[in-house]
Design a protein around this ligand. Structure first.
Ligand SMILES: Nc1ncnc2c1ncn2[C@@H]1O[C@H](COP(=O)(O)OP(=O)(O)OP(=O)(O)O)[C@@H](O)[C@H]1O
Length: 855
């Protein structure tokens, strides 16, 4: 895929050095499906259609065909919105196997000459995997297909195999030939493997007749393909992608945001000085100096006196302004911090279903709690300050002018409803456009997040231009909205400016009229005139703040809503705190009774249907079933992520409940419950931190479980200790985003070590060994066996799995089908019973069960 260039040696395709091939061309002709494939926050239809360069032209029928190919069409037809169902951020509303099958459907539509499957079916049950693999083999006949896998069963005897260990090819040849030499990489007994060479080996296979990769281009030669519409005419080496130290140019919205944040901070210090200048210049100086002009004698002293008075007032004003802005800035910061704090507190108490809602996706929460919160300070420290100043000044000025010339003051006040109406309309329209601008900005950040969150998928599907186009459209839309906002803003600024001019002319005329008819002395008229003009200037200053404050009010509104939203959640209901040191804590079985469960974001399709299930304590239970049958949902309910159902749908059944060790989960304090449960999720999640921090994540620093020896013991139990020691800084090596890149299997073992160190009462492994080779998986299995055999305090282990070895070593196996428990018992019992499990394994082409069937 040329994510990285070869450093030495060479890679050739059809005899052409890979670095001589145009990168876009290359990626257009290779489809790469990763184990943890990322889906985009779009509909199922768009996610599949994006496989095609001309995705706008993809028809529903084509998408249906590809989904059928990936054995997913039936599941999707059951969804209320069918193809138009949104998959959530990263595909969060789909099961692991469903995500993988959408990626396979996308690859089918893409139909590239080279296909690379990197553990691409690891989350599928055997039944789906074998049917999908069969379909892939038929489709790929005679075309280059590279399967990177630990699942040796899916490899056929005439497949060409490369066994790779420590970055070297240690065996190669057809699987049949290797098997006849006694080095069958598919042999499950590790003793059959050449231990030295095959230990921790990953096998790479190519389907179909063995031919050099180059030979598979016979129909679509490089030259022919370079002339296709989607390729560049010349082959060039990809320009260096290294980022130099220059700051990246930011999109306008980002500039705007950061500028505003900086401005708002600077404002606190700048404001007193500005106020001194403004106030002294406009108000007192004008009024007093006007008065001195009408004096005939002794004006020197008066000028000096008033000048000194102005100076004194300016100094006092500076102090007052300093105090005001300092206080307002502190108060606004305090207010925003409190709001943020409260919002985070309430968000954390929301049930998991709340986070599944698209409007509460992480990018939106981040914007409301971080960037927008800075804007909100503007409402307080700018607008509030301005309003306080303007109201105080206007009241004083109006009172003063009323006492000086009430007639002129009343006439000028007659215009105030018009000025108010203009200001109010401006504010309303400004708010409307601010909301639209805000939505346009949010769309831009969503697109950026989606583009960069999994750059590997974006690159391998050559979606750079798609996202760039989408980004440009969003920018254009934001520009259009910004333009309309500017037009309406300018219109109102024009109206308010002309209203001020009209108002000024009106009081000029009326003042002249009063002087002409000698109703009031010139001095009074000039004083009132100055005061009223000053009032108008202050009022207009407020108008200029309207667009900014409308924006800030909109964002403040969102933060306020988060800070005040009701916490309707099951999270805080249970009060019974569980004691880790009490041997009876969670020492009993887990009972699901008549549980029918609907995900809040998909209220019409049940994930579990009247599930009755008992998970014995201190033993290992394997939960098996087809992809999407509800296995991970069981884990989510045990963790209390969603409330169990309590509605008795059928009165003849026992009332639904979920109990742990005889206690209803609703009565338990979920925080303490979760501290006693360790879960290894399907995609291993690493934090950008050191290996040590990743292993002890979740433990309190003063916990007795945090010690160098326990960290090492848990790493040894998952067989990752030697690897960690080989890292440049051992346990202090940075991994995760921005740190050292590690393989999916290594990440999985670190996450399992994290679970083991917690010494959990319940350990849940959700497809936790899917990225591991046979030997590493065996290490994990041995560790689990040791856990369930140790003296006292045995944890209850639940493994959600499609892997036969994992099922066979479990004490108890539960088979699910479409959210129902269809059978349970020991592995051997279920195999003998020839029921659902047998069907799953037999159809997966399992030699052992097939043989048993023949017996
Ligand atoms: N957050 C969610 N919102 C809505 N539906 C969901 C969500 N998570 C899972 N589902 C749906 O619930 C059903 C059961 O999903 P679950 O993840 O439990 O399946 P699974 O048996 O673990 O599958 P797999 O083996 O593929 O991981 C699936 O149809 C899935 O699409």
């Amino acid at each position: 895929m040329r994510f990285y260039g070869p450093q030495n040696g060479s890679i050739t395709i059809d005899g052409n050095h890979i670095q001589d091939i145009d990168t876009t061309w290359l990626r257009n002709n290779i489809t790469f499906i990763q184990q943890h494939c990322t889906l985009f926050n779009e509909t199922i239809y768009t996610n599949v259609a994006l496989g095609c360069q001309e995705h706008e032209r993809v028809t529903n029928a084509q998408v249906t065909e590809c989904l059928e190919f990936a054995a997913l069409q039936t599941t999707i037809s059951d969804l209320a919105d069918g193809h138009d169902t949104r998959v959530g951020s990263g595909g969060s509303t789909l099961s692991g196997g469903q995500k993988q099958r959408i990626a396979i459907a996308r690859a089918r539509l893409r139909n590239a000459p080279i296909l690379i499957l990197d553990e691409a079916t690891s989350a599928l049950d055997k039944l789906s995997r074998s049917s999908v693999m069969r379909a892939i083999r038929t489709w790929r006949r005679g075309r280059t297909t590279i399967i990177i896998t630990h699942d040796l069963e899916s490899i056929q005897t005439d497949d060409f195999v490369y066994v790779i260990s420590a970055g070297r090819v240690v065996q190669q040849g057809r699987r049949g030939t290797l098997a006849s030499l006694g080095v069958d990489p598919a042999a499950k007994d590790p003793r059959n493997l050449k231990r030295q060479s095959l230990s921790r080996a990953k096998a790479t296979y190519s389907i179909g007749p063995t031919q050099p990769v180059a030979g598979l281009f016979h129909e679509n030669s490089v030259e022919a393909l370079t002339n296709t519409r989607n390729t560049r005419a010349t082959w060039g080496v990809e320009p260096s992608t290294a980022i130099d130290n220059k700051p990246l140019p930011m999109p306008p919205s980002a500039i705007e945001l950061s500028d505003r944040a900086i401005e708002s901070r600077a404002h606190g210090t700048k404001a007193p000085l500005t106020t001194v200048a403004e106030t002294s210049r406009t108000s007192m100086r004008a009024i007093l100096i006007f008065g001195t002009f009408s004096m005939t004698t002794g004006y020197h002293q008066r000028v000096l006196f008033y000048s000194m008075a102005v100076l004194g007032i300016a100094a006092a004003d500076a102090l007052a302004s300093f105090a005001m802005h300092h206080l307002l800035e502190s108060v606004s910061q305090l207010w925003v911090d409190r709001l943020r704090n409260e919002a985070v507190r309430r968000i954390l108490q929301q049930p998991k279903g709340w986070f599944d809602d698209i409007t509460n996706r992480p990018s939106r929460l981040l914007a409301s709690l971080d960037h927008n919160a800075e804007d909100i300070k503007t409402v307080v420290d700018r607008l509030a300050a301005q309003i306080v100043v303007v109201v105080a000044m206007m009241t004083t000025a109006l009172l003063w002018s009323f006492l000086t010339c009430w007639k002129m003051t009343l006439v000028s006040l007659a215009a105030s409803p018009i000025l108010y109406a203009v200001t109010k309309s401006f504010q309303m329209i400004s708010s409307h456009w601010e909301r639209r601008t805000d939505a346009a900005r949010a769309k831009i950040s969503d697109i950026l997040l989606e583009t960069f969150s999994d750059i590997k998928t974006t690159r391998s599907l050559t979606l750079e231009s798609y996202f760039h186009k989408k980004y440009s459209e969003a920018i254009n839309q934001a520009f259009y909205v910004g333009n309309r906002r500017a037009m309406f803003g300018a219109l109102f600024f024009g109206i308010s400016d002309s209203a001020v001019t009209l108002f000024t002319s009106m009081i000029f005329w009326y003042g002249a009229y009063l002087v002409k008819h000698e109703e009031w002395p010139v001095k009074s008229i000039l004083t009132v005139f100055a005061l009223l003009l000053f009032c108008t200037a202050s009022a207009t200053a407020v108008v200029t703040y309207i667009p900014q404050t409308s924006a800030a009010t909109g964002t403040a509104d969102r933060l306020l809503r988060l800070a005040q939203m009701p916490v309707i959640s099951h999270e805080g209901i249970g009060l019974l705190k569980l004691d880790r040191h009490d041997p009876s804590t969670l020492s009993g079985p887990i009972h699901f009774i008549n549980q029918t469960f609907y995900y809040p974001s998909r209220p019409k399709v049940a994930a579990l249907r009247r599930l009755n299930l008992t998970i014995p304590s201190g033993k290992c239970t394997a939960i098996v079933g087809a992809s999407g049958s509800g296995k991970s949902t069981i884990a989510a309910l045990i963790l209390g992520l969603y409330p169990p159902s309590t509605d008795n749908l059928n009165l003849s059944d026992s009332p639904p409940s979920l109990t742990l060790s005889g206690r209803d989960i609703r009565t338990l304090d979920l925080a303490t419950l979760r501290s006693l449960i360790a879960i290894v999720p399907q995609p291993p999640v690493l934090l950008p931190a050191t290996v040590r921090e990743n292993i002890i994540y979740g433990l309190k620093p003063d916990s007795e479980l945090v010690s160098a020896s326990s960290i090492e013991a848990s790493a040894r139990a998952t067989g990752i200790h030697e690897f960690i020691q080989s890292l440049p800084q051992g346990y202090a090596t940075l991994i995760g985003d921005g740190g050292l890149g590690i393989s999916g299997g290594q990440a999985q073992r670190i996450v399992i070590a994290r679970a083991l160190i917690q010494d959990p009462k319940i350990l849940i492994l959700d497809e936790a060994t899917s990225a591991l080779d046979h030997e590493s998986a065996e290490v994990i299995r041995r560790s689990i066996i040791n856990l369930t055999r140790r003296e006292g305090g045995k944890p209850t282990v639940i493994v959600v799995t499609h892997v036969e070895e994992m099922m066979s070593f479990a004490n108890h196996v539960v088979a699910l089908d479409k959210g129902r428990m269809v059978e349970e018992g020991s592995f051997q019992d279920l195999v003998d019973r020839k029921g659902k499990l047998w069907e799953l394994l037999r159809l997966g082409g399992n030699p052992r069960t097939s043989a048993e069937e023949n017996d």
